[in-house]
Structures are given as structure tokens and as C-alpha cells.
Design a protein around this ligand. Structure first.
Ligand code: 5GP
Ligand code: ZN
Length: 114
């Protein structure tokens, strides 16, 4: 999608600090990090949000989660712990309409989240 910022990052038309490239996913650092490690894992294909996810996305979801764990390990936060977040809809603060898994770590994360 031409007007989707994450599609444009995947296409490398918009610069981003890309930390992992998979066949179905890209991972890049969030420009407004909420923790010392804050990486977004996104599908290469435009999927708006979880309401569009179905059984056909099994391989994609597996790659998103395994990529998130690999990034966490490489960033040195896998052992201490980290958080994976999918914000869905307005009340959760979802702002970019392209599915993205937040990988947050490097500090003690509070629960419940704000
Ligand atoms: P959401 O609130 O939709 O779950 O998360 C969107 C995230 O994307 C936010 O944390 C925001 O900082 C990040 N973001 C928005 N635009 C850009 C961008 O152009 N580049 C990068 N790297 N991150 C972005
Ligand atoms: Zn997109």
C-alpha cells in the first residue's frame, strides 16, 4: 500500500533501522522507543491488523514470534525477559494500520500496562 508507512519501510522507500529481514517479515527499531530495546516486527505483506489475520497467516505469525525472540536474544534481553505487544484498536493506542509486534525490553516493565 503506497500510503502505508510500514509498507514503505519494507520497500526501503522510508529509512528505518532494520535489524532483521525474513522471507515474510522485517524488524526495525521504533522511532519513539518506550524501552531501551523497542523493535517492531511487521509482515512484508500489508495486513492491517489482527482482524484481518486468519488461518492462512500461520506461517507469518510463527515467523513474527520467532523473529521477535531472535531479536530479543541478539539485543541481550531474552534471558532477563521482554514483552511482546500487539495494540488493537483505539483504546489500546494503535496508530499505524499495518500489523506490528512490539518487542520491548531492557528495563523492568510494569504490569498492568498504562
Ligand atoms: P502502535 O501504537 O500502532 O501500536 O505502534 C506504532 C509504533 O510505530 C509507535 O510506537 C511509533 O513510535 C512507531 N512508528 C510510527 N511511525 C514510525 C516510522 O515512520 N518509523 C518507525 N521506525 N517507527 C514508527
Ligand atoms: Zn502496510
Amino acid at each position: 500500500m503506497d500510503d502505508c508507512v510500514f509498507c514503505r519501510i519494507v520497500a526501503e522507500e522510508v529509512p528505518a533501522d532494520i535489524v532483521a529481514r525474513g522471507s515474510l517479515t522485517r524488524a526495525f527499531r521504533d522511532t519513539n522507543p518506550q524501552a531501551p530495546v523497542h523493535v517492531l516486527v511487521v509482515p512484508v505483506e500489508h495486513v492491517a491488523d489482527v482482524t484481518e489475520v486468519g488461518a492462512q497467516h500461520g506461517e507469518l505469525l510463527a515467523e513474527m514470534v520467532t523473529t521477535a525472540h531472535q531479536v530479543a536474544a541478539r539485543e541481550g534481553v531474552a534471558e532477563g525477559g521482554y514483552r511482546l505487544v500487539l495494540n488493537v484498536g483505539d483504546d489500546a493506542g494503535n496508530t499505524v494500520p499495518h500489523l506490528h509486534l512490539h518487542v520491548l525490553g531492557g528495563r523492568r516493565l510494569t504490569w498492568p500496562p498504562g
